[in-house]
Ligand binder design. Structure first.
Ligand SMILES: Nc1ncnc2c1ncn2[C@@H]1O[C@H](COP(=O)(O)OP(=O)(O)O)[C@@H](O)[C@H]1O
Ligand SMILES: [Mg+2]
Length: 251
């Protein structure tokens, strides 16, 4: 589904991502873990097209995507959520979903402009879809609330909902459990599982090791820009290089 070959991202002298090679199989809920500063978010930015890579190759469903702008990658079905959610704070929850660009927006613009009534039909279609997605993520009762009034966990669900508007094949989730209360966390886990059963793949950055162990396979461990190891939870836990990577993070 997603293949990285020797991907490098440097900020001056710092190689935040340093020759990373990875294969995420079709149908996986994979995890990307590692201490702070390991390069996880930078790797997500590179895959999503938000960060140019210095070297290497990135393939999604067999196609080269390195160098494509973020909206093109998004349109190919590879979506990402942000570590810190970035909703339009003053827009309502449902408006936040209706502003997600879907498919050939430019083409639709001209068709709508030339065809009276098409705009309303389009808006109705978009609203129906947004309502269905909000039902799925349990945010429908908050559809008209301004996004800024959501809790941390609800904001994470809104991020997921925005991504689902585009019918992605693969989703990069950056710390979906951070700052989320336990009840809402179960909802998020349940939604990820349901989406995965419908064929959507995931790569999840997460510090909550309980969630990672329950939900993810394989688990990729990064430290100092490199992949330390990759495997199932038991193998990763037993790997002395993983312990060293985390202990090396202590002051
Ligand atoms: N835009 C940037 N400019 C310079 N350095 C950066 C930038 N983004 C991240 N870094 C550095 O790259 C390293 C990896 O950061 P990051 O990818 O955020 O790690 P993680 O998500 O694993 O905590 C860190 O040392 C961080 O300070
Ligand atoms: Mg990060």
């Amino acid at each position: 589904m997603l293949e990285l070959r020797e991907v490098t991202v440097a900020f001056g002298a710092l190689r935040a991502v340093d020759g990373v090679s990875l294969d995420i199989p079709v149908g996986a809920i994979a995890a990307l873990i590692g201490p702070n500063g390991a390069g996880k978010t930078t790797l997500f930015n590179a895959v999503a097209g938000a960060q140019p890579i210095g070297a290497g190759a990135i393939r999604f469903k067999g196609r080269d995507i390195a160098g494509l702008p973020p909206h093109r990658i998004f349109a190919k079905g590879l979506a990402r959520t942000f570590q810190i959610p970035r909703p339009f704070a003053e827009l309502s929850v449902i408006e936040n979903l209706m502003t997600v660009p879907l498919g050939q927006a430019g083409e639709r613009f001209w068709r709508n402009w030339l065809t009276p009534g098409a705009v309303r039909a389009e808006e109705r279609r978009l609203r129906d879809k947004a309502e269905a997605v909000l039902d799925f993520v349990t945010l429908r009762p908050l559809a008209l609330a301004p996004a800024r009034t959501l809790s941390g966990g609800q904001s994470k669900l809104l991020e997921l909902a925005r991504v689902l508007m585009a019918d992605p094949a693969f989703v990069l989730l950056d710390e979906p459990a951070a700052g989320v209360n336990p009840a809402l966390l179960e909802t998020i886990v349940d939604k990820i599982r349901t989406l995965n059963a419908r064929g959507i793949g995931f790569l999840v950055i997460e510090h909550n090791i309980d969630l990672v162990t329950r939900l993810c396979h394989p688990i990729v461990v990064m430290a100092q820009g490199r992949v330390v190891t990759m495997g199932d939870a038991a193998a990763v836990r037993a790997d002395p290089r993983v312990i060293e990577a985390y202990l090396g993070d202590q002051p």
